[in-house]
Every structure is written in structure tokens, then in C-alpha cells.
Design a binder for this molecule. Structure first.
Ligand code: MN
Length: 339
């Protein structure tokens, strides 16, 4: 079956496929605080590589979240790889730069092991020897499916389920603005190939660990609204009481992004190292990327983040005025140009 996928240069696909055919022991790396896209894609590619008779391995510096750990092959992830590992190719999955391997990529590999990058971030700086990057794709699942197709491999039901987990999580259940007709056709093809759509919806999208939901209770209890600005703080003591590790952000940014009255939303998570992790969200027409950037973070117009040194009060004092500034900008614009 020829997959409907985004417009990738045929040459990049050809180079990536050739690299996979030449090599025998590829290492697939998923990014820290892994999501369904980085895990689902790595697992689908692992299955493809096994079909080719290769010996793939998987690594991610953080544990695989419970709601994606049921996917076939997730149990084979390791959290680190030695410098002298028996590998002959490194594949970075769903990450925009090398630091996103979380330290799994070793400096000594540079120049000796080829690096293949498969991604969809607009900010990807093409850090691989071969870069299969489609910034227009809603998820890395799309260029990855194109690669499996270019290898001439049949898409099995298990591979399709992994890719469904990838595309359904990155589009938050097909509700983001980049959920194009192409994405919907892609999902249809994955279901036709035997992918378990209902299972992914049930086990991944509609599955929140008890601890995380208790965390949401803490955050929602502390939710504040001032005009069109909504925010919540999460003290370290509460994290410790619930047994929440620092790598777990409880997906609070997406939770608060749904406050109906708000145009800009912020969450403040106190970390064990004396910093506060800030997640920013905004409605279309509002931009939080510049706020994160002003505080040495980054991201997109509608979803960005940064880390601020100090306690929760200090972090709020730095971030909230900037958020109000963004809201005021828009207010001035609408006064100038009434519609
Ligand atoms: Mn992604």
C-alpha cells in the first residue's frame, strides 16, 4: 500500500532507506519526557527493522509513560547506552537537535557512526548525516510511514497501532490545527492496515494514571483566573507527597489550555533543583513564544516553555507580567481595528 504522506524530498527518503539497508545494528533514540510520537515511531521502525533481519535497540533517558508502555516492543527500552555499544547506526526520532537525546548520544560517536534524523519540528537544524524532516507534518509518524513505504515493507497491524499512538497523541486526539485532511486519510490507512484505533484511544488518550489525576486535583485546586489569564502553581511539597518525579510534568499545560475564559495560560511546577518549570499556552491569535524566549526558553506561538531560577513567587513575578503584556497587545490591536 502506498501511504499518503507529506511531501518529503524523494532523495532524503532514498538516502534514509539506503542507510537502513546498509547497517545491521541501529540504535533508535527517543527524546526525554517521551511522548506517543517519539515512542510510537521508534517502535514502528523497530518492527520494520526486525522484518529486514536487523538487530535494532531502543533507548530513552526517562521511563516510558504507563499509557504508551503497552505498545509492542516498549519493554525493550534501556535508559542508557555505553560509549562502546555494539551499534553501527544512530537514529534520532522526533527531536530537533542533538541535546534532545538527553545525553544518550555520545560525543565519541561523532564522525564514526552515521546519524539519521527523523522528525517534524520546524526548528530542526538538520543535525544528522541524513535528515528526514517534514516541518509540515502533524507528527513524525508521517515521514516515518513514508520511510517504511520506501523500504518496500508491508505495514503490519502492530506497526499501524504504534503509528496511531504517535499521530493521535501529537494531534491531541485529532484536535490540533494541523490535523489536515491528509492526517485524517493517514489515520484511515493505519486503521485499514489493522491498527487498533479504539485501543489507542482507550489505552493512551483516555488513560490518565491515578497519580497524575491526583496531581491535576492539586493544580486545579490552585487554578486562578484574572481576566483572560489563567494559571496554576504546583509546589514541590505536593509533588513529593504524591511521589511525582521531576521528569513528569503531569501534562498540566494541555490541561489548563482548556480554560474557556482564558487566552493565555501558564503552569508553574517547582523542581527539586531550585528552579520552576513554566509551561505556556495560548489561544490562536496570541503568542507565548516570545515570553518563553525572553526567559531563555523556547517553543511555538501557542505552546512554549522555560525554566526560571527561584521559587514559585519569583517565577510568577517574572512570567505573569509578560503574559499580561501579550494580552494587552491584542487588546490595543482590537481597539485600533474594530471588527
Ligand atoms: Mn512529535
Amino acid at each position: 500500500m502506498t501511504m499518503i504522506t507529506s511531501s518529503l524530498p524523494a532523495e532524503a527518503l532514498h538516502h534514509a532507506a539506503a542507510l537502513l539497508q546498509q547497517r545491521r545494528r541501529p540504535l533508535l533514540i527517543s527524546h526525554p519526557r517521551p511522548d506517543g510520537d517519539t515512542i510510537g515511531c521508534a517502535l514502528a521502525l523497530r518492527l520494520a527493522l526486525l522484518q529486514m533481519g536487523k538487530i535494532p535497540s531502543l533507548a530513552c533517558v526517562h521511563p516510558i509513560p504507563e499509557n504508551i508502555a503497552y505498545l509492542p516492543g516498549a519493554e525493550t527500552y534501556v535508559s542508557d547506552v555505553p560509549d562502546d555499544a555494539d551499534i553501527d547506526l544512530v537514529i534520532a526520532v522526533d527531536m530537533s537537535d542533538l541535546s534532545r537525546t538527553g545525553g544518550i548520544y555520545k560525543d565519541s560517536w561523532r564522525g564514526t557512526l552515521p546519524l539519521l534524523v527523523i522528525d517534524h519540528h520546524a526548528t530542526n537544524d538538520a543535525f544528522g548525516d541524513v535528515n528526514l524532516v517534514d516541518p509540515d507534518a502533524a507528527a513524525t509518524a508521517l515521514p516515518l510511514a513514508a520511510l517504511i513505504d520506501a523500504l518496500g515493507l508491508p505495514l503490519t497491524g502492530d506497526m499501524a497501532t504504534c503509528l496511531l499512538a504517535a499521530v493521535l497523541t501529537d494531534t491531541r486526539g485529532l484536535r490540533t490545527s494541523n490535523t489536515t485532511p491528509e492526517v485524517l486519510r493517514f489515520v484511515g490507512q493505519l486503521i485499514e492496515a489493522g491498527g487498533d484505533y479504539a485501543g489507542v484511544m482507550e489505552n493512551t488518550l483516555d488513560s490518565v494514571p491515578y497519580r497524575q489525576m491526583r496531581g491535576w486535583a492539586v493544580a486545579l485546586n490552585r487554578l486562578q483566573l484574572d481576566g483572560e489569564l489563567a494559571w496554576a502553581t504546583f509546589p514541590l511539597a505536593e509533588k513529593i507527597a504524591l511521589g511525582i518525579e521531576d521528569h513528569d510534568d503531569l501534562d498540566l499545560g494541555n490541561l489548563l489550555s482548556r480554560v474557556a475564559e482564558a487566552k493565555v495560560m501558564a503552569t508553574f511546577l517547582e523542581m527539586r533543583d531550585g528552579t520552576v518549570k513554566v509551561s505556556l499556552r495560548s489561544r490562536p491569535g496570541y503568542n507565548v513564544a516570545w515570553i518563553a524566549k525572553a526567559l531563555a526558553g523556547g517553543g511555538h506561538h501557542q505552546a512554549a516553555g522555560c525554566s526560571v531560577t527561584g521559587d514559585l513567587d519569583a517565577a510568577q513575578a517574572r512570567v505573569l507580567p509578560l503574559a499580561r503584556e501579550e494580552l494587552a497587545k491584542r487588546l490595543q490591536k482590537s481597539h485600533a481595528m474594530p471588527d
